[in-house]
Design a protein around this ligand. Structure first.
Ligand code: ATP
Length: 256
């Protein structure tokens, strides 16, 4: 659970968590970590989260388990971080990287050197070391070189076999998949292009998904590779997206 930094709001307020998330993001804009467009992207996600009842659904839990299995079985796992993730779950994404022994790379759509530096500094405050993305040195192949998100790091996203992309855009998710990578997306919108293009889509809020994944990674990290492969091969992303939409609709109808 996130807590408010400056706002004085009773924890019993029905929208406490949602307002704390908004506060973190507006604070992120103030400190140069989050882009203004990131606030709008959050708005789209927030609407879906409202319909989901702001909780991790059964299908999301299955995706989180499959995602962790995939990251644990990977040879070169990478966690991609953008301005919303850095503002909302900085400590948690670093902890997940540590448990999974995974590279962390900053990759921004609305990219400026200042914002990349601000995010890297922010992550270092939370204990990160060796964060990549400050000096991306190559281009993601299926994207035009002038695409805002085409520049990535060798030894990072470029060479990864499994990439976790919380809040990704559809083009880049597709480009990563076209390069033969397994892509794990966290996206509250089960209808987005990203959700459809990813190998595993977690329809959950990053503020719940990343802590859940840390717990799962700690629990699963000593599992035999055959058991991990079994979890991965039983997972079906299309079926999971359908289940997520059913959960949205069922809960919405029950509320009326
Ligand atoms: P696409 O190109 O995949 O169709 P899009 O254009 O709808 O995506 P973007 O603006 O690129 O979306 O990214 C925002 C996405 O991130 C939205 O789909 C939104 O649901 C999701 N999102 C926003 N905030 C969160 C959050 N806290 N946790 C999980 N997902 C979120």
């Amino acid at each position: 659970m996130l807590h408010c930094i400056n706002m004085t709001l009773p924890k019993t307020h029905p929208r406490y968590q949602s307002l704390c998330i908004r506060e973190r993001l507006t604070d992120g804009v103030r400190t140069g970590i989050t882009s203004q467009a990131g606030l709008i992207a959050h708005g789209r996600g927030e609407a879906f989260d409202y319909l989901l009842g702001e909780c991790t659904t059964e299908s999301a839990m299955r995706s989180e388990e499959a995602a962790v299995a995939m990251l644990l079985a990977a040879s070169r796992p990478v966690l991609s971080v953008n301005g919303n993730v850095a503002a909302l779950v900085p400590g948690e994404i670093i902890e997940l990287g540590r448990v999974l022994n995974s590279v962390i790379e900053i990759n921004l759509f609305y990219k400026t050197e200042e914002r990349v530096r601000a995010i890297a500094d922010h992550l270092r405050l939370y204990g990160a070391s060796g964060v990549r993305g400050e000096h991306p040195d190559t281009v993601l192949l299926p994207l035009p070189p002038d695409h805002p998100r085409s520049r990535v790091c060798k030894g990072g996203i470029y060479d990864a076999d499994v990439v976790l992309v919380p809040l990704e855009d559809g083009d880049r998710c597709q480009a990563l998949a076209d390069m033969g990578k397994s892509v794990i997306a966290i996206d509250l919108n089960p209808l987005s292009r990203t959700a459809k293009a990813a190998t595993v889509t977690i329809v959950d809020n990053v503020v719940r998904a990343i802590p859940n994944m840390i717990k799962l990674a700690i629990r699963m990290k000593d599992l035999d590779v055959d058991l991990l492969d079994g979890i991965i091969s039983r997972y079906d992303n299309e079926e999971t997206l359908r289940a997520a939409i059913e959960e949205l609709v069922t809960r919405g109808v029950a509320e009326v």
